[in-house]
Write a protein that binds this ligand. Structure first.
Ligand SMILES: [Zn+2]
Length: 192
């Protein structure tokens, strides 16, 4: 993929249609599947055209940066690298239990993945990446997606009252992993 020239100056507000007034940066958290659908639709419509409109550019930029956000929460096993994986217990049929989405117990960095065999024998375990594209993983139902988004907000240490400007700043931030010493860490308690 070529270097992206697009440099957004602020959050993108949808200008027309039934979602007029909604902000793409907040939809990344509230309705990511819709944004993926929309990008797909626009890419088909724009195929063969010389110019892309601003919605197309902004949406593609946003979806790309959902994959490389810096993670300020460190792995609970090595206390060094950013968390990158989560182990979930369950299935598409039965859903994934609320207890599965626990930051301290069920997450690890890429190196500590082997530490993630945390569920009792006989439970089916799935290991997933902690990034936005996992929201549309085919194993999830709506309820699981909501819990996963909540977990993403926890690992990115975002405020509960996330507004459009703060969300925009989050997606603009450079994708350099930030590492904190363990004593500086205050991991939010899952389910609190
Ligand atoms: Zn680790």
């Amino acid at each position: 993929m070529p270097q992206e020239p697009y440099k957004p100056s602020g959050p993108y507000v949808i200008q027309s249609g039934p979602r007029m007034g909604q902000v793409l940066e907040l939809l990344m958290f509230n309705n990511y599947p819709f944004l993926r659908w929309l990008l797909n639709k626009i890419e088909k419509e724009d195929r063969g055209k010389n110019r892309e409109n601003r919605l197309h550019q902004h949406l593609r930029w946003l979806i790309a940066h959902g994959e490389d956000r810096p993670v300020p929460t460190v792995c609970p096993h090595c206390c060094q690298n950013p968390v990158a994986k989560i182990a979930l217990s369950g299935s598409r049929k039965d859903g994934y239990s609320r207890d599965s989405f626990r930051l301290r117990v069920h997450t690890s960095c890429a190196d500590c993945r082997r530490e993630l065999h945390v569920f009792p024998a006989g439970n089916r375990q799935t290991i997933l990446d902690l990034k936005f594209s996992t929201i549309v993983w085919r194993g999830f139902r709506q309820h699981d997606r909501e819990q996963f988004v909540q977990l993403l907000k926890e690992i990115f240490q975002l405020p509960l009252d996330l507004n459009r400007q703060r969300a925009f700043e989050f997606f603009v931030a450079k994708p350099t992993p930030i590492q904190f010493a363990p004593h500086q860490l205050q991991l939010p308690m899952a389910g609190a």
